[in-house]
Design a protein around this ligand. Sequence first.
Ligand SMILES: *Cc1c(COP(=O)(O)O)cnc(C)c1O
Length: 367
Amino acid sequence: MSNENLYSLALPGVQKLIPYKAGKPIEELERELGLTQIVKLASNENPLGPGKQAIAAIQKVLPELALYPDGSGFQLKQALATKYAVDASQITLGNGSNELLELVARAFLTPECEVVFSQHAFAVYPLVTQAVGATAVVVPAKDYGHDLEAMAQAITPKTRLVFIANPNNPTGTLLPQADVEQFIGALPDTVICVLDEAYFEFVSQTEAFNSIAWLNKFPNLIITRTFSKAYGLAGLRVGYSLSCPEIADILNRVRQPFNNNTLALVAAEAALGDAEHLHNTISNNSQGMQLLTDGFKTLGLEWIPSAGNFVSVNIQREGLPVYDALLRKGVIVRPVANYEMPNFLRISIGTAAENNAFLQALGEVLA
Ligand SMILES: *Cc1c(COP(=O)(O)O)cnc(C)c1O
């Protein structure tokens, strides 16, 4: 048998799977182009880095790394339970919230199931759906956001799972909380709803999130959140879900026994208590969003108003060549042609210096 034929042994969904394409790592661009001063605004990471308290917590546990982590994540779950007024039994920790999306798919989907999500929604939803051989039902977006009415109409007796990203990545669109609540309330009990709130910390206070309160009335609701974005710990891979205890129990059955490492557990717990770093992160983000969108205005470009730490801008021509030209100037952004947005680039909000460097480079490339 030739090695090529090994593909035919893989699950049908896996045979056709195109792996997730991450933002280009800084080191890779350094190697390829011999550049040094690289600005990466491609993966919605925290431009301020991890907080001091998280770093201190990591340094403190380094001598204990010969021991396995606490597989139950007791301390971190206690901290989350206190902060969000839930019971620890409602929390599932994941190796990034990405792992939780995968665990949900593995625990609930068979090849007979349909999974509903929006056009332009986060790329991991189709991936986890296809990997288990389930059928993705992609609902056309409305003004780049989720069309909840159309999504409700797409539910069939085969639907087992719905993904909602609020705010969504890469569009940054935010759904009104009341609309989301109504949508989930109208779902059949047999449909699990994952409400992906990876960016909720960036949403302004006026849009106050009350999704946790819905857990009491919606047993089919799973909220996912992460330490990768606002908390600046993307490299450690920690996310969590909030759900009823029964769903947490189900997810707990399919996860690896030690899916969060020791450094991740202690850093996330410390980060949760570091209000100052979170505050600085959010304020840098709103200033940076203003700077970037003012810059777009000056360049005559339109963008999709974003509630996250990134913004997708319409550059009125094919995005890939502009992405490449920016790379050659040492600026990494994210092309989103794979999200059916070929004329857009997604820019993560950086520090003021990074945002200015990007705007300067973009102006030069588009001139
Ligand atoms: C970044 C992101 C995640 C997951 O990030 P993790 O690092 O795996 O926690 C989940 N959902 C959306 C919409 C994202 O943009």
